[in-house]
Design a protein around this ligand. Structure first.
Ligand SMILES: NC(=O)c1ccc[n+]([C@@H]2O[C@H](COP(=O)([O-])OP(=O)(O)OC[C@H]3O[C@@H](n4cnc5c(N)ncnc54)[C@H](OP(=O)(O)O)[C@@H]3O)[C@@H](O)[C@H]2O)c1
Length: 186
C-alpha cells in the first residue's frame, strides 16, 4: 500500500514561498547539501508525485525545462500536475495533467505509484485537498530559519495534535527536519 507523503521545505512561520512565489529566502540557508543527501534517499521510495500548477510553472521557468528537459528531476516517476489550464509539457517526461477532486484521480495515482510511495510536492491547499479526502499519511518538513510576513501557506487546514504524531527530528545544517504521521480524520 502506497503512503502519501507531503515533503517540503518551509519557513519557521509556515510559508512555502513568498507572495511572488520566490524561494530566494530558501536557497541562501546554510546546510542545504545535508538536507539534499537525505532527500535523494526519500526520492528512491517514490513512485508518483503530485503538484499544483503554480509549483509546476515555477519549475518550468526556474529550470527552463521546455528548452532543457534533461533538467526534469523526476524522470522514471509519474508526475501528476493539477490544473484547470493547458500548460507546456516537459518534452519526454511522464507528466499527466489532471483537474478535479482527489477522489476522481486517486485510483490512477495509486496505480501509477505501484508499490512505492506518493509524494505531494505542494502547494499547501493541494495537500489540504488530499487531507480532506483522507489521503495524507505523513508530513516531512524541513524548517528553514526564516520568517516571512506573508506568502504561500504550508498547509491551510486545521489538523490538531490528536491526528499528528511526531516520529523523527533531525538537524541538517540550519534546517530542522520533522516527520509526522497523520491519522485519518474520517
Ligand atoms: N518550499 C518548498 O520546498 C516548496 C514546495 C512546493 C512548492 N513551493 C512553492 O510554493 C508555491 C505554491 O503555490 P500555490 O500555493 O499557488 O500552490 P500550487 O498547488 O502549486 O498551485 C495551485 C494551483 O493549482 C491548480 N489546482 C490545485 N488543485 C487543483 C485541482 N484539484 N484541480 C485543478 N487544478 C488545481 C489551480 O490552478 P489552475 O487551475 O489555474 O492551474 C491552483 O490555483 C509555489 O511558488 C511553489 O513553487 C515551495
Amino acid at each position: 500500500m502506497s503512503r502519501v507523503i507531503y515533503n517540503t521545505a518551509t519557513t519557521l512561520n509556515g510559508f512555502l514561498a513568498d507572495d511572488e512565489n520566490s524561494l530566494s529566502w530558501l536557497f541562501v540557508v546554510p546546510g542545504a547539501d545535508e538536507a539534499e543527501s537525505d532527500f535523494s534517499g526519500f526520492l528512491t521510495e517514490i513512485g508518483a508525485l503530485v503538484m499544483g500548477s503554480t509549483t509546476y510553472e515555477w519549475l518550468l521557468e526556474h529550470e527552463s525545462l521546455v528548452e532543457h528537459p534533461e533538467k526534469w528531476f523526476y524522470g522514471g516517476k509519474v508526475s501528476f500536475v493539477l490544473s484547470s489550464r493547458t500548460l507546456p509539457v516537459v518534452p519526454g517526461a511522464d507528466i499527466r495533467f489532471r483537474s478535479g477532486e482527489v477522489a476522481e484521480i486517486w485510483a490512477e495515482l495509486d496505480e501509477a505509484a505501484g508499490e512505492n510511495d506518493i509524494w505531494l510536492v505542494g502547494g499547501g491547499d493541494l495537500v489540504g485537498q488530499f487531507a480532506d479526502a483522507g489521503h495524507l499519511d505523513q508530513i516531512r518538513v524541513s524548517v528553514a530559519p526564516v520568517t516571512l510576513v506573508s506568502g504561500k501557506p504550508l498547509l491551510p487546514r486545521r489538523i490538531e495534535s490528536d491526528r499528528l504524531t511526531l516520529d523523527a527530528v533531525r538537524k541538517a545544517g540550519q534546517f530542522a527536519e520533522l516527520v509526522y504521521t497523520v491519522q485519518s480524520g474520517q
